[in-house]
Every structure is written in structure tokens, then in C-alpha cells.
Design a protein around this ligand. Sequence first.
Ligand code: BGC
Length: 737
Amino acid sequence: MNPRLFACTALSLALAAPISAAENQGDTIDLAAAQKRADATVAQMSAQEKTVITHGIMPLPGGGPKVDIPKDAIIGAGYVAGIERLGIPALRETDASLGVTWVSGARGDWATALPSAVSQAASWNPALIRRGGAMIGAEARAKGFNVLLAGGVNLARDPRNGRTFEYFSEDPLLSGVLAGAAIRGVQSNHVISTIKHFALNGQETGRKYVDVKIAPGAAHESDLLAFQIGIEQGQPASVMCAYNRVHGAQACDSDWLLNKVLKQEWGYKGFVMSDWGAVPSIQTAINGLDHQSGEQLDPGVFFGSQIAGKAAADKAWSVRLDDMNRRILTAIYAAGLDKYPAPPGGAIDWDAHALVAEDVAKQGIVLLKNEGGALPLAKTAKSIAVIGGYADGGVLSGAGSSQVMGKGGPAVKLPVAGSGIWAGFISESYHRSSPMTAIKAQAPGAAVLYRQGQYIKDAAELAARSEVAVVFATQWMTEGLDVPDLSLPRGQDALIAAVAAANPNTIVVLETGGPVKMPWLGKVKAVVEAWYPGARGGEAVASVLFGETNPSGRLPISFPADESQLPRPRLDGSDWVEPDFGGNPKNGKDKLATDYDIEGSDVGYRWYARTGTKPLFPFGYGLSYTTFTQGKPAVKGLSASVTVTNTGQRAGADVVQLYLTSRAGENKRRLVGFGRVELAPGASGKVAMTIDPRLLADWKDGGWTVPAGDYAFAVGSDAEHLGAAVSVKMKSRSWKD
Ligand code: BGC
């Protein structure tokens, strides 16, 4: 158990959004201040030099079309040459939000894997997420990388999105605050972080041509707001534009997204880099793209000699090229890449880093059901059946470009067909952190026996002769492919039902990328959502099962009872687009549109509130081994506070969630503040929050508007179960960003 938890006594002030100045200290980089220096450098650049840092390669042998890899490149996602004469360092880029990625072992090293982003978000703890970011940023730096392609913040509009595990949540406040915290952590190492994938990148099916339709107001109040908050709080030196189309244009070619929203409305001063293989033409430069990444994956190298030619012939292009250089240099100087070089071979404190990953996993685990106090398990148990999920070997991780692996590589790897690096990218891999070994350590006197569960009867027989059965159920997700539905694959529902029928003390541990359906829910005693729990997931799960860790995670995403409850009961394209990692159109005629105006900004819990439907588990939900009471919120203007008391027998952490429930006579459901507080038994704590007025507002005609009237706020144990509301009067107001 976290010792800090016990230190907390009578009254404590918990972390709440937005981040306090003290917590920010020393972390944020100053893009505006670096601009002057960037201007001075651009003034010294020759025409040829202006096309050096504007594009880069993917230095990966066997990673797509052949490319010459310079000697000073490191195998990874990207390499951009530097300019020695001007003291501009080369950019060495690695993925991603969960740690330094493994690239199928091509570099011959390893790294510490954080739990999935959705698991991180379940902690609702920005300080913890910042620590995670600092940890993975330190590993990037030690390995010689100075750019980490982190900061995944797309909203979970559809839980079938194959990258759900790489993103935080369905709510713009929670996602934006956590992304900001993660980015601050990464950049505290003098490593540039991206925020990605800008924007409205909500599904993988047909990912390079799916065309998103959404009204500008709804976009600003949802997906764009998550980015906006993340950028404000994290100051990422770079924004990565997405693969998908928005209103007909590729996101990396979208004047609306890149020029109008990001650079003009928000005044963003860093640079926009493309996603890999997302640049359709040279025109992207005019539409706001500053840097072409992984250029061998695009139809041409546009930002080298081609753009130099345009700049020589046309003033508008030369102004744009100067601005592209200025923005990239602003990022380099603000993050201190030239002053604090990152030579490869730096020391890594693996044990300390593993503890960070373990802490994040513990705080992210969500207890979904605990009938009759079935959990925590007694350490004196005599026999435990561990079934499924390769739990004898390790814990599942998500796949794609974000795949991190620890020392020794995967404990289990189920390859997809094919060979080479791309096949390796999307294998089903398990981290070497065995839940079974960790369970044995918690209950040293127990006979702990394992069945993988391919033979259901055999597994049920083992369960029948054991005191308790713990079934590990997995849902594998990967970049590039969506899941066709939310059921547990490979007959695991039948396995769980059979085990539960054989043993009344059946506990289910889910290792899923996101929400799944649970047809067996009524038959099992307890359900623990462990997500993809990272490098020390096995230890974290066992610690929760045996009560050393009191679970405190809260769902950052609603769990639908059925796909029919979703705004799009069928994921667009899933009935005709063949699963394909590349996601390219096959014949140039493929048309795939998705209509986000169906739900507009009512993503996730707001959709359930609007349609009056009940999900299986609501956003914000999560149980504890202790009990809490939350007082009525005190709201004055935009300041709110809530007192929480631990009324149970164990130390634990509660998450205050403050929702707007009505505005000027109109029903609303919006998260406007949150804070996690750790409390000893009997102790009270106060969570103070400042409400961001954008969360109360509508975006229309180029700005934010709040109507005059009564605004009601309530605290909820989740988005569905709300306490008594308090009402405050607000004046009408309109403002621009
Ligand atoms: C992903 C990005 C990643 C990039 C570089 C793309 O496939 O969408 O998230 O950063 O590859 O590996």
C-alpha cells in the first residue's frame, strides 16, 4: 500500500483540475519565449538549410519502403537531420504514450511499459500521470531520443476503436488535464512531446480515408476541447495531425484544423508534424502542416527540394517555409534540445521505473463488482484456480506502434500471419509480469494451479475443486484494426460461465483495451478491470486481489450494455472494409463517412444521459474496500469544493466528480471538476476545484457563450448517481479563446 495514503489524516487538500501553479513548476516549457531565438536562426538560414528540418525518415530497416538510414540515426519512428553550422540538433523520434516502443525488437533493447492510457486515466490522478510521463521521457532520453511521440488524447467516441487503449477517456476535461500532465512529465526531460492525433481520429477502420462530419460547435466542445486543454496545460512542442479526413480534407491537409483552429484561434506556437504516411501532397504546407514525418511512407518527399522550388518562385510559399522552420526551431529551443543533448547510453533506474509503472497500474485498476465482500481474498486461502489470459506468463498489452516491451521480450507472443517488422507490430504480446506468480507470493500457503481454458470442462473441473477461481479474460486491441463488437473473443464468455457454475467464488479479472460486455456478470462474485496493466501488471492485480492495494480506479469510459446503445450501433465501414493495418483506400473510390453529428458533443456518458439509457457500468464508476461519504458541493462563482470522509475501516482513495446537471432550465450532464483524495479510516479531506467556464458553455459563431440563469451542480459517485444539486446564478457571457 502506498505509504502516502496513511500519512493523510484529518483534513487534506486533494489534487483537483486544473493543475495548481505549484504542481506545474519547472515543468512547462515556454514556446512563446523561444520564438525570438527561432526567428534569429531562420534569418541566418540558406535556402537549402530551410529544407532540412522540415522533413524526416522512418529509420526502421524493413519498415515499409527502403530508405538510407544515416549513421547518427537510432532505430525507431523518426529521424530528422540537424544543421551543424547553426547548432541545430538532429531529431531522434520514438513512439509513444506508454513508453519507448520496442519496434519488434529491432533495436535489441527494452523499456518500461506504463499501463494503457485508459488505465492511467482510471486513476483520475494528474500528479501520477505526470510521474509516468517523466519516467518514459527519462527512458527516451537515456536511449538517445529527443522526441517522444506521446500525448494520445483522442476522445473515446466509440469503444470499438482499436486504439481505445492508447487514449485517456471519453471526457474532454479528464482527457485534456491528464494529457497535459503526461506531456509536462515527458518534456521535463528536455524531450519534445507531441499531442496526437489531431483531430477526430475516432476509428481505425478505413483510417486513412474515413471522413468525419461534425458541426464546428460540437467539435469545439468535445474532441477539440480535449486537445485545447491538453495543449494549454502541457505545452507540447509538437502536434501530430491524424490519418482521417475531416469535412472532406485529410486532417494533415485541413486548413480548418491546422490554420484556423490550432494556429489562429488557439495561437499555438509549436509545430505540426504529420502522422506517418498521412501527407497527400505539397499543398499540406499551405494548409498548416509544418513537418513531413516518415516521408518514405508518403507518395512523395514534398518538404525537401519540392518545397524549396516553390519557395524560390513564390513569396507566399517562402513565407510559409520560413514559418515552418521557425515553428520547428521554437519547439527545439523551448524544450532545450540544443542545450541539453541526449546522448544514447544514459543510465536507467529500472527498479524505480518499474515501481512507477506498478503504482500507475494499481491506481488504474477498477473494481466493478464485489458481491458479499468476496474481495479481498484471504492470504490464508488453501487452493486457488487461476484460469485463462496466459496469466501463468504475463499480462496483455495493446499492439501497434505504441507497443513497449520489457527485458527478455514478450512472455507470450501470438503472432499474426506474415513476417517482418509489420507483422511484429501487431502481434498479441504479453509483458513478463505473471499474475500467477504474484498470486502465489500473496498466498504462499495455497496450491495455485493453472489452466489456460481452451478446454472449458477441464478448467471448470479445476475450479470446482478449488476454494476460489480467478479467471483472467482478455480483449486484445491494436492500432490499425477496430474490434467488431464488444464481446470477449475466443469463447471466453462460455469459459467464465462454466467456471462460475462450477465454483461460487469466481472472480473475473479483465485485461481489456476498453469496455466489454459481460453476459456472465450476475453469476460471478467479483469483477476487476485491470486493462492492459503494463510492466508490473501481475503484481498490481495480485495486490488488489489480496487487499494490499485498496482499489480506487474509476471508469474513464462508459461500459455499454450492448452496442445498440451506442450512437452508431454499427461502426461505420465494419460491414465492408476489410481489416487492414495500412488503412489505405484500395482503389481510390472507397468512400467511408462517419457522422459525429449524431451525438455531437454528447460523447459517452452525455449520450446516455441524453438518450435516457443505462449502460452496464457508467463513466466514473468504481468500488472500494472502504466506504466514503461526499458532502454537498460548495460552489461560489467558478470555485467549488467538496468534503469527503472515509467512513469505512480501511485507508483508501476516493475521486470527487462534480457535474453540471442543469443550465438555465435545460438538463445537462457535464463533468466540470474532479479530484482524487487519499484518506485514512475516519479522516476527511477537501477537494477544491476551479471550473473551466468552457465546460458550461456552448461554442457558436467563433466563440464561447454561457446563457444567464441558474446553474445546478452535483457530485456523483459516477455520472449516473448524483447527490443533491446546488444551484448558482450566472450572468450571460460570450468570449473568444
Ligand atoms: C501512428 C502514430 C505513430 C506513428 C509513428 C503511426 O502509425 O498512428 O501514433 O506515432 O505511426 O510510428
